[in-house]
Ligand binder design. Sequence first.
Ligand code: FAD
Length: 321
Amino acid sequence: MSVLIYAENADGKFKKSIFEAVSYARAIADQQNTALTAISIGDVNADELNSLAKYGADKILNAANAQLKNFVNQAYASVIAEAAKKEGADIVVLSNSFSGRGLAPRLGVKLDAGVVDGAVELPELNGGKFTVKKTAFSGKAFAVVELTSANKVIALTPNSYKIVEAAKAEKVEGFSVETNESDFKAMLKEIVRSTDKVSLPDAEIVVSGGRGLKGPENWGMIEELANLLGAATACSKPVSDSGWRPHSEHVGQTGIAVSPNLYIAIGISGAIQHLAGVSSSKVIVVINKDAEAPFFKVADYGIVGDAFEVVPKLIAAIKEH
Ligand code: FAD
């Protein structure tokens, strides 16, 4: 028995959410009194690979070849499943990222494992039961799921577990596995990055705008506030539907679910479908000129005021400090 963490990279780098997932997997390995192996797939340099040891990986497998350079769901799932079998891992941890959500069910099939996606807490081990708390109904509720299978796959929601340093000796091993042609039936041809801004799903701070901002020409102040705070920008659905902002920024039930440390909602009413994607944020700040806006009910801090007066003042105050 052991634990395997899939350390996904973005352009050869591990994001903060991966270090959270490694810390989480380390804590599970400690619960089980067993070892933690990390597997990285694709082009990642030695320093970056070794950084996984800092958060508790006892061993780091590096599966790198030309075929595996870009993410391919089926092929990556095959490599991770083979690594789990080779390491005798009965628990596989992933980040509940875009690719993690694609990999988790495939690993469930390949390893005959029970799957929990959107996990937000460490598993509880009570009287032989293995339960995991996860988000449900697009973040509107939590569910506690019992996994009764011998093998288990857990995808951890970004920003829901703290990074804990638990330095281990750096130990990177090459890992090669025979992939099938059928693993490469659907190939990623190209990734076109729209911007070099902070990635929304991983952001610690999100500045989000709604229809109250009147039009795309007013997003300059949202961008400026986000830049000053090192935040990602987001928006409500009607904003992206109207083409004011790209669809990749739309948060909510039908968009991206985020759980940053700070979510600043500006000119957004707080419809239930929007809240579904943001309610697990640690601190919510709402700026709305309508004191009755539903968003204030879930806000930790609220400013009743016109965004066109409040946001420039906020920017000026941040610049002063
Ligand atoms: P509005 O509801 O128009 O609210 C604008 C707000 O701005 C108001 O509260 C107003 O008081 C405030 N305001 C106006 N002017 C100012 C000003 N000058 N300064 C400060 N505040 C101001 N929505 C999502 O966001 N995400 C989803 O994933 C999503 N999924 C949906 C799925 C379904 C099936 C359905 C039916 C709807 C979905 N919606 C979703 C839409 C959702 O119901 C709301 O219509 C939407 O969230 C409203 O967006 P908004 O708050 O930006 O706009």
